[in-house]
Every structure is written in structure tokens, then in C-alpha cells.
Design a protein around this ligand. Structure first.
Ligand SMILES: Nc1ncnc2c1ncn2[C@@H]1O[C@H](COP(=O)(O)OP(=O)(O)OP(=O)(O)O)[C@@H](O)[C@H]1O
Ligand SMILES: [Mg+2]
Length: 339
């Protein structure tokens, strides 16, 4: 399973992480070009905050920082940029992701980040003791590395991390304040798993820094679109893209769909817009494709809810589908998947 360590390039998400982390400390096979390249739009305040944490960590005041935000909002992209900066400032940087399919692999993301092939090798066979021995060993290793240079560790997608990795992260949050260590984790909002919720609760009690990444502003979306279409965007195009609600992944997907339909053209002022003013076919397909992985009840509900606009309350939804909220909620994934 060579793909596992540092570059589990089997899934699109994995490929994207590897590409975003080019130049950071990941495995060599992460050299594909394309995704995640180009200028980082906005996020100056968040980068400043991360930079301040890094400077304190370099002075021996370690921290664990969690970055939350909906899928595609730019968590990985933000941290990738910060890690690249820290690496050039002399930090020892490590990065790995927790994978949805490996939520039970003990110490998965943390040992991947530290590039340990088998973190349990040599540990006692007693199944209860193994986890603690390995956790201690990993923590010792991080302490050793932080003694020679400031260390930045990025663990992506904490919502899928195994319980043993979460134990190590919890320990580092509690005890790592004396280390030259900045641990940055990304997490989608409202994780379903109890262990991830428990860790978040513990981090809040420790007043660990948290960055909640929101949508890009209108001007930032306009910048992102301008970069994607290689020219100033026309108002009509920006109006269409406003449907993405400032989510950079959705913005870029929408523009890519328009490109695929070959409907983008510059007007006489050089502004790039949708040539024939028609709603492009692949835009519709993009949305349908996104919804296809969800249980049937979700697209049905969204279809009904669409008459209410882009924001609505549960009681409005109850009224429009003539069913009580409890019945609607049964069988639906967590609300964050629907939004
Ligand atoms: N500020 C930004 N400027 C330019 N592109 C961005 C920005 N933020 C995100 N992107 C692009 O949007 C896409 C999604 O970003 P990213 O993968 O960082 O989201 P995410 O929040 O980590 O999502 P997930 O929860 O699925 O891991 C990527 O292609 C990324 O390059
Ligand atoms: Mg991500």
C-alpha cells in the first residue's frame, strides 16, 4: 500500500491534497499539476492569524488550531499556503489526511504525517496497552523533532480520523503548549462521530484557536472568476456564479462547466460572459451529479424547497411538503450534507 503514506492518490480528494501540498513534506509521487494552482484569493486575515500562531510556536508556545468550514470552502488550500510559508521560514512541515475509507486504521493520519510505516511495530501485544504505547512513542517523536526545529503538522479532514489519532491530537492540545509545535487540523462542520465531537469539545475547553472559514466576498469571487476565465468577468456571469454562495470549489466548478459547454465569450469591452444567455446544459449536469450521491429523499426535498429560494426555515419546509420535521429528518444525512 505505497499509496497510503503521504500520498494516498487513489481518490480525487487525495490527488487534490497532494497537489495542494506540493512543496510541503509529502511523498514524491505528488507531482501532478493542475488542481489547486493559481493565486490564492482573499484569506489575508486567516493567513495573518495562522502566521501569528506559527511565530508563537517557533518561540516555544505551541498550539493546536482547528479550521472548520463547509466542503470546498478552501480549508486545505489555506493551510497548504501557510505550510509552504512556514517551510521557507525553517519549520519542519508534515502533512497527511484522514481518509473516509480508513476511519478505523489506528494512528492513520498522524503516522502518515510523520511518515512512519508501521507505528505499532515493536509495541506490546496486549491490545489495550498498544494504543497507549504507540501514542506515547508518537508524542516522543514529535517532541524530539520539535527540539531540533519548529514543527508544523497538518492533519486534514479530522472528521475521518481514527480514535487513536484523536487521542494523540488531544494530548498534544493539552500538553503541547511547551513545544515548538503548531498542529493545524481541518474539519467539516458538525462532525457526526462522537470521538471527533469530543476532541472539539476538549479543544474548546482548552481555548484552542479555531478559525471558521466563511464564503469568499463578492469581490473575491469576482477575482476568482477573472482568474478562471482569464479576463474581467461580465455582470451576467457574476450573477450566475453568485449561486455558488462564495464557495470557491463551487465557483470554479461552475466556471469549468461553462467552459466545457464552450459558452464563454468576451463582449466588445473585453468582459467575459455567457455568450448566448442560455442556462448551460453541463451546469445542470454538474448540480445533478453533486446530488446523485445523496439518498433519494434529499434531491426530492431540495426540489420542493427550491421554490422557497436559497434559505428557508424548517417550519417553512414542513409547510411546503406537508410533513412534520421529525419525519423529514428520518433517513436524511446530517444537514451539512444537504446545504
Ligand atoms: N482562496 C482561494 N483562492 C483560490 N482558489 C481557492 C481558494 N480556496 C479554495 N480554492 C480552490 O477551491 C477548491 C476547494 O478548496 P479546498 O480543497 O481547499 O476546500 P476544502 O475546504 O479543503 O474542502 P474539503 O472539506 O472537501 O476538504 C480547490 O480547487 C482550491 O484550489
Ligand atoms: Mg480539504
Amino acid at each position: 500500500m505505497a499509496l497510503r503514506r503521504g500520498c494516498p492518490a487513489a481518490t480525487p480528494a487525495a490527488v487534490e491534497l497532494c497537489q495542494l501540498l506540493k512543496g510541503v513534506n509529502t511523498s514524491k509521487s505528488c507531482d501532478n499539476a493542475g488542481v489547486g494552482e493559481g493565486r490564492l484569493v482573499g484569506r489575508a486575515r486567516e493567513l495573518e492569524r495562522l502566521e501569528a500562531l506559527a511565530m508563537r510556536a517557533a518561540d516555544g508556545q505551541g498550539a493546536v488550531c482547528v479550521i472548520t468550514g463547509e466542503p470546498g470552502i478552501g480549508k486545505t488550500r489555506l493551510v497548504a499556503r501557510a505550510l509552504a510559508d512556514w517551510k521557507s521560514q525553517g519549520f519542519d512541515t508534515y502533512a497527511a489526511a484522514a481518509w473516509e475509507m480508513e476511519q478505523r486504521r489506528p494512528f492513520g493520519p498522524i503516522s502518515d504525517a510523520l511518515r512512519l510505516r508501521d507505528p505499532t511495530a515493536g509495541a506490546a501485544r496486549d491490545p489495550v496497552g498498544v494504543d497507549f504505547q504507540v501514542a506515547e512513542r508518537l508524542i516522543d517523536l514529535i517532541e524530539e523533532r520539535a527540539a531540533t526545529a519548529p514543527v508544523a503538522i497538518f492533519v486534514e479532514d479530522l472528521q475521518w480520523a481514527d480514535p487513536s489519532s484523536l487521542t494523540v491530537l488531544g494530548w498534544l492540545a493539552r500538553e503541547g503548549a511547551q513545544l515548538r509545535l503548531l498542529l493545524v487540523c481541518t474539519l467539516r462542520p458538525d462532525p457526526a462521530r462522537a470521538e471527533a465531537r469530543a476532541l472539539l469539545g476538549a479543544l474548546d475547553r482548552l481555548a484552542a484557536p479555531r478559525i471558521e472559514l466563511g464564503p469568499l466576498s463578492e469581490d473575491e469571487v469576482s477575482d476568482l472568476v477573472a482568474a478562471a476565465v482569464e479576463g474581467p468577468p461580465a455582470d451576467g456571469l457574476l450573477h450566475l456564479v453568485a449561486a455558488a454562495n462564495g464557495n470557491p470549489l463551487h465557483v470554479t466548478e461552475l466556471v469549468a462547466a461553462l467552459r466545457a459547454d464552450d459558452v464563454l465569450a468576451a463582449d466588445q469591452d473585453g468582459r467575459v460572459g455567457v455568450a448566448d444567455g442560455q442556462f448551460p446544459v453541463s451546469l445542470r449536469k454538474t448540480v445533478l451529479h453533486r446530488l446523485s450521491g445523496l439518498p433519494d429523499a434529499v434531491p426530492d426535498l431540495l426540489r420542493a424547497a427550491s421554490v422557497l429560494g436559497s434559505a428557508w426555515t424548517v417550519s417553512e419546509l414542513e409547510t411546503i411538503v406537508s410533513r412534520p420535521a421529525g419525519e423529514l429528518a428520518a433517513g436524511l444525512p446530517p444537514l451539512t450534507l444537504v446545504c
